[in-house]
Design a protein around this ligand. Sequence first.
Ligand code: IFM
Length: 448
Amino acid sequence: MTDAQLNFPPDFIWGTATAAYQIEGAVNEDGRGPSIWDTFSHTPGKTHNGDTGDVACDHYHRWREDIALMRELNLNGYRFSIAWPRILPQGRGAVNQAGLDFYSRLVDGLLEAGITPFVTLYHWDLPQALQDEGEGWLRRGIVDDFAAYTDAVSRALGDRVKHWMTFNEMFVFCVQGYVTGEMAPGTAIMDPGRMTRAAHHALLAHGAAVRVLRANVPGAQVGLVNYLQAVEAASDSPEDQAAAQRYDGFLNRWYLDPVYTGHYPADMLELFGIFGPPVEPGDMEQISVPLDFQGVNFYERSIITAGDELPLLNVRYVRPPAERTAMNWEVYPPALYDVLLRVHRDYRPPAIYITESGAAFDDEIAPDGQVHDERRVAYLRGYFQQAARALADGVPLKGYFVWSLLDNFEWAHGYSKRFGVIYTDYATQRRIIKDSGRYLAAVAAGRG
Ligand code: IFM
């Protein structure tokens, strides 16, 4: 398929995605409270180079410039997240109007620029006060806190924001935050019950938030964003097939089945045994409230064999020689097609957005002052083609958000990984549109 065959409908959303803590900075301004990522990143040894989001891309002050850049890229959508600690500095209680005002101005600016805002309510920056109370997502009462937070935000923005996503990548923060400790809050306790418990409360909070959004926002389009992988068995052997099935259950189905079927996957419930989720009567009905769209964050496929790399699951990764990004993630565009088809076939959401897809490479400013990131251009071309293929094959794909608008704070990797289609010079906060940004601009303008 050539670029000329990248057939996307005229109303297709072309955007980029970001998250509050990764770009905003201004962590102590206008009444924002501390989040678990402030605590984590300021704890020695937790992030690369001790990097923090204190300043990040200074988007909190430079958002007008960033919207102008989106316009230059011909984008008609922007996915960003709201920082809960800007709205409710202590997690609950008095609403911080200055925090709401920031996002209100941002939304107005986007709409004036002809860019549709897509708002994520939770992209990992939990107010520290809620973490201190029963370890955040491990406490069932957090469901009510999240519903109250959703209420405050949607009342303020719901007249203008119609596209809402409750959570970003539950899998990642439940596993890496509460079990392996690679991410905030960073508790490394190898107890799978912590994952199932955090995830169950997040799923309940998702269901509660959907109801709040539908009540507060006329014409709301509500979705959930999942980190999804294409999972393949290393061989046809029954052992490898079963291993791939377990890994798929752990990573993909655990977070999709409850929402779309009202049940946790039976094979995984059996596998987790006493470490299963704390389900109470009515929970699964609350979790499985119908959605308007599913958000797919796609980065990787995994080839799985039976083994002891992940002991509870009894699986091991097979890593064939392949082109890899700076994150050591395989570049394999057909896997995006596979995941889109799978979500469409198995779960039938009314619409699907690719809410994140992109790659980190070791970009540098060339002598001509530009950033010639030809590997990212090739990467995007390959994945755009697979999205077009999925669309042609009947997937109700409505938009594609490249991760990310600009290089930013890549969590525990700090500023060492550059995902942007715009280069961030952190010393000066100068932004430089990379060649991949120009390519995205051409595709978004329908020129390929
Ligand atoms: O930067 C992250 C983002 O916050 C969530 N999805 C994956 C991205 C790249 O690692």
